[in-house]
Ligand binder design. Structure first.
Ligand code: SF4
Length: 188
């Protein structure tokens, strides 16, 4: 099985509780005005990766004990539900926690093909469109309408809201990687 991804980060502290492996899925048709990541919209952009390859990278990151979970972001993970499900199942099989950011509400996801299956593999869902007029950019929520859905007892709301709003990482090739719910803070 193939996933089309925008990027990945083997160890981030700004995309959910603790240190997490993050996969940004490629493709989103929801069109939120002011979207912070428009480069993820084109469903033919990014690159294709075998799920087995991503799962192997995830297992390697988990084996050294430096991550506690997987976060899916985007782009829109629910527009690749089979790939999202496979990645979440791989994380759960490793004992990792799972979190996803989606522009769909949880009610919409329940009605999407493959949506309930994805929800069943998640500990935390951050749901809803980004509404620039209600910008929040803290506690993992980009805007005030978005909700943190605790789908299992694994985390508390305080755990999720304690996530730093931004981080800067330097890749092995020397590139700066800005991530988090408010990475623009680091550009000022
Ligand atoms: S759902 Fe997310 S990626 Fe898609 S347009 Fe809205 S903010 Fe951007």
């Amino acid at each position: 099985m193939i996933a089309r991804i925008h990027g990945l980060e083997p160890r981030s502290r700004a995309n959910g509780p603790g240190a997490r492996f993050v996969v940004w899925m490629q493709g989103c048709t929801l069109g939120c005005p002011g979207c912070f990541n428009p480069g993820t919209h084109d469903a033919t952009g990014g690159r294709e990766v075998e799920i087995s390859e991503l799962a192997a990278q995830l297992a390697a990151a988990a084996a050294d004990g430096k991550i506690e979970g997987l976060s899916l972001s985007g782009g829109e993970p629910l527009q690749q539900p089979a790939a999202a499900l496979a990645l979440l199942e791989a994380a759960r099989a490793l004992g990792l926690s799972t979190l996803a950011f989606s522009g769909y509400t949880i009610e919409e996801i329940r009605a999407l093909p493959g949506g309930p299956g994805v929800l069943a593999q998640l500990d935390v869902l951050v749901d809803g469109r980004y509404v620039s007029g209600d910008r929040l950019a803290t506690g993992l929520r980009g805007s005030a309408n978005q909700r943190i859905q605790l789908l299992t007892p694994r985390y508390t709301l305080a755990d999720v809201e304690a996530t730093p709003i931004a981080e800067i990482r330097i890749s092995p090739t020397g590139e700066l990687v800005l991530t988090g719910v408010n990475p623009l803070k680091l550009k000022r």
